[in-house]
Write a protein that binds this ligand. Sequence first.
Ligand code: R5P
Length: 297
Amino acid sequence: MLICSGSASEILAQKIYRRVKGSKWLEIEKKKFPDGETYVKVEGEVKDEKVALVQSMYHQPNNYLMEFLIIADTLLDLGAQEIIGVIPYFAYARQDTRFTPGEAVTFDIVKKLISERVNKLIVVDIHQHRRRGIEKEFPVPTVNLTAASLFADYVRDKLVNPVVIGPDEESEQWVSVAAEKLGAEKFIFRKQRLTSEEVQIETGELNLKGRDTLIVDDIISTGGTMAKTVEALKSFGAKRVISACTHPVLAGKALAKIYKAGADEVLGTDTIPSEISFITVSGIIADELKKELERGD
Ligand code: R5P
C-alpha cells in the first residue's frame, strides 16, 4: 500500500504512514499557478498499487476538494489499482438537505464527486445531524471512525469521576462511547439553533455540584454550542469542565468564547490542525488501513 497526502494533511498523513508497517510513502508535488489553478505531479510508480490518499477538507474546502479530485484522477490515470480516500474532516456534510427552496444540497454533490474516484472511503465523525448513518449513503464502502474513545483516554487522569455531557441529540453516539470507556454517567441536552452563531440549550435540572465534566461534540465552529453548554454546567455547580470536539473548525473568536464561558480546557483532534489539536486520529486511521493491508488482494 502507498500512502500520500494532499496539501491539507501532510503532517497527519506522515503520522499515519509511520504507523502502517509495510506501507510506502508516495510523494505528490502540489503547487499553485499564479492564477490560482492547481498543479499536481505524482512522484512515483503507482501502477497496480493500492493508494491511500489523505486530505481533510477544512478552512479552504473548495481548494482541498479540488486538489483531492485532481490527485485521485491522476492516480487512476497512472494505473493505480485502488484508491482509499481518507477524508478525516468531510466538509459540506452540514448542507445535507434543501432548507429553503432552490438551495444546493452540497453534501450530495461532494459525495458524488468523491465516490466516483475512490474504491473506499474513511472519514472521522462525519456530521450527521438529520441523517443518522449518513456514511451508508455513499455508493462506495465508507467507514466512519470516531475520536470519542480518544477523548476518554485523554481526560482519564485529568478528571475525577466525570460526568459526560452531550449538547444535543446527535452527540449521544459520541458521548456514549466516551462515557462507557470512562465508566461514567452521561446526560444529553437538547439544542435549538436560533441563528448561525446562537443556540439555546435545554438541559432540565441537574445537580453537578463539585463534579468534573467532559462535553463531547463533533464540531466546534462558532463556539456557540460549547459556550452555552459550559455556562449551563457551571450554573449547575460543575467543578472542572473540559470541552472536546473532533473537528476544531474554530471560526472567529470561538475559542475565546468557550473559555470566557468558564471552560477549564478545550481540546480537539488533528483532523483539522489548530492550537487545540492535542489528540491525533492517526492511530485509528492507521488501524483501519492495516485491516486493508491484511485483506491483501
Ligand atoms: C451541530 O449539530 C454540531 O454537532 C455542532 O454542535 C455544531 O456544528 C457546533 O457549531 P457551533 O460551534 O457554531 O455552535
